[in-house]
Design a protein around this ligand. Structure first.
Ligand code: ATP
Ligand code: MG
Length: 555
């Protein structure tokens, strides 16, 4: 996969340039460090493109490391999906696949080292008490009564924690820093807790697990990461990160750099909340095409190139902001416009009988596969006496700006002929069920020898010589721009999925495979769903043709 083009510069790349120029580093090592507690989402893609993109452009290395310190919430399924998604985005960690859990023994020894230096202690306050003792933004905390235990006692207690002698919650290991530090993170943070649960990788080897802050900085150091790039909410944790490394790890230390996380309008980004959508059956799974997960976007028809392009173009900054969802769709359309073969599909069919076309005759008409790509060539599509057009392309009493089919009016059928509507057939309830028309045999290919013009071109398929398909149309899952606020019930969009069972698509789509993408002429981009089979075709609408973002830019 081609991800070779260099990404635009940003303040992180400027720091790296300086570090290379000054000789501080010769080779750049970054990492993408997910916690395997859910599927990756579009926010993670920003971080992946940033970290792997830097490694690619600087000839460095990017590690994939699982920060797997929370055994209760983590699963093998997530580890596998994360690897699949990073690869799908077009990145490769080579041999550099790591797990923080592989460092558990080393981390334990570093904790022992901290104790020996008198910089960590075993505390028996309850979680609630620890919270009370911590103080607030305006008030200093209070020292734990266990803070001044001797090194020997701490070593003994910590070892017994490891051996499983104590109940969960009864003991923790804490760093001994400063209970009156202005930065609350530095008020004797917990480094280890007791959890009597098996870990998906280490099994029952451990009943104490290191906290994220302790694990993360040391894992970076162990892997010789040069630039440890993370999101802004870890800014306060940087002091602790540096403090831990300062005490127990030899130089050089990784440099933590924070950037603003991606927020997208109408999109929920927290794995915890996405899990809730899955568990409550609000969506069909992590890969539901309405989900902002990479697996959901993939199923919806997004391309990795479009997502990489989006990540490059939104850039990297220090200020939190909200990116408009229509910009992601804009990047997607740019890519799909280049790469998607065109085809015709009628989502809500209305039959048209062409009365002067010979009964039983079928002819093959030539159609262009992709006007953006001459190499894509042409295909043949059958034309016959009975065809389908889109219901919305016909009106009995058209208003002024409606140029499509209406009684007495002539329009062009794409790649075919001019037709004129001669009659309209209703059912008993007064619904239009069929249109009668005539065609002009002289207009084959879509132009009239006498030079007369029509104002509209419609897509169509032959009635018999086409295939039935199920089409799934999607809209935002939420009705509010910022779904991180408000109760789920209040903000869910009840119309986020509409299923059309009776659509008709070109005969040429008989052998499509899940993941195949098309532009349905005049409608939008569509992708074959994994539920699809030759006897029951299923397409997802990836994105409509209308580009609201680029319209906004032109105003
Ligand atoms: P979530 O809250 O969605 O679970 P997280 O930060 O807890 O996200 P991690 O698995 O810890 O999830 O994330 C792995 C990496 O992805 C981290 O370095 C994190 O900073 C980055 N990341 C997560 N969400 C975003 C986002 N919205 N924009 C940019 N980077 C993100
Ligand atoms: Mg996290």
């Amino acid at each position: 996969m081609d991800t070779k083009t260099n990404s635009p510069s940003n303040f992180i790349r400027n720091i790296i340039d300086e570090d290379l120029a000054s000789g501080k580093h010769k080779a750049i090592v970054t990492r993408f460090p997910p916690e395997p507690n859910g599927y990756l989402h579009i926010g993670h893609a920003k971080s992946i493109c940033l970290n792997f993109g830097i490694a690619r452009d600087y000839g460095g290395t990017c590690h994939l490391r699982f920060d797997d310190t929370n055994p209760e919430k983590e699963e093998i399924e997530y580890i596998e999906s994360i690897q699949e998604d990073v690869r799908w985005l077009g990145f490769d960690w080579g041999e550099h696949l790591y797990f923080a859990s592989d460092y558990f023994e080393q981390l334990y020894n570093l904790a022992v080292e901290l104790i020996k230096q008198g910089k960590a202690y075993v505390c028996e306050l309850s979680a609630d008490q620890i919270r009370q003792y911590r103080g607030t933004l305006t008030e200093p905390g209070k020292d734990s009564p266990y803070r001044n235990r001797s090194v020997e006692e701490n070593l003994d207690l910590f070892e017994r924690m490891r051996r499983g002698e104590f109940e969960e919650g009864s003991h923790v290991l804490r760093a001994k820093i400063d209970m009156s530090a202005a930065n609350i993170v530095m008020r004797d943070p917990t480094l280890y807790r007791i959890r009597k649960v098996s870990h998906h990788r280490t099994g029952d080897a451990w009943c104490i697990y290191p906290m994220y802050d302790f694990t993360h900085c040391l894992s970076d150091a162990i892997e010789s990461i040069t630039h440890s790039i993370c999101t802004l909410e870890f800014e306060n944790n940087r002091a602790l990160y540096e403090w831990i490394l300062e005490q127990v790890y030899p130089q050089p230390h990784p440099r933590q750099i924070e950037f603003a996380r991606l927020n997208l309008s109408y999109t929920m980004m927290s794995k915890r909340k996405l899990l809730e959508l899955v568990n409550e059956g609000i969506v069909k799974g992590w890969d539901d095409p309405r989900m902002p997960t990479l697996s959901g976007l993939r199923r919806r028809g997004y391309t990795p190139a479009a997502i990489r392009d989006f990540a490059d173009r939104i850039g990297v900054s220090k200020a939190n902001s909200m990116v408009d969802y229509s910009f992601l769709e804009h990047c997607l359309r740019e890519d799909l416009n280049q790469s998607s073969p065109r085809t015709m599909a009628v989502l809500r069919p209305l039959k048209v009988v062409i009365e002067n076309y010979p009964e039983g005759q079928v002819e093959q008409l030539e159609a262009v596969n992709n006007p953006q790509d001459p190499k894509a060539g042409t295909r043949l599509i059958p034309f016959a006496r009975e065809i389908y057009i889109e219901q919305e392309d016909f009106m009995m009493d058209p208003p002024k700006k409606f140029f499509r089919l209406a009684p007495g009016r002539e329009v062009r059928l794409r790649f075919a002929y001019f037709i004129t509507c001669t009659d309209v057939i209703y059912d008993a309830e007064g619904n239009i069920v069929e249109i009668r028309a005539t065609y002009d045999p002289e207009t084959k290919g879509g132009s009239a020898p006498d030079g007369r013009k029509v104002k509209s071109t419609l897509h169509w398929v032959a009635a018999e010589q086409s295939l039935q398909a199920e089409i799934r149309l999607y809209d935002h899952l939420f009705t509010t721009e910022d779904p991180s606020e408000g109760d789920l019930e209040d903000i869910l969009n009840p119309n986020s999925l509409e299923v059309l069972e009776g659509a008709r698509v070109e005969l040429n789509l008989q052998d499509v495979q899940p993941g195949d993408r098309f532009q349905f002429e005049r409608i939008g981009y569509f992708c074959v769903d994994p539920d699809s089979s030759p006897t029951h075709l299923v397409f997802n609408r990836t994105v409509s043709l209308r580009d609201t973002w680029s319209k906004l830019q032109q105003k």
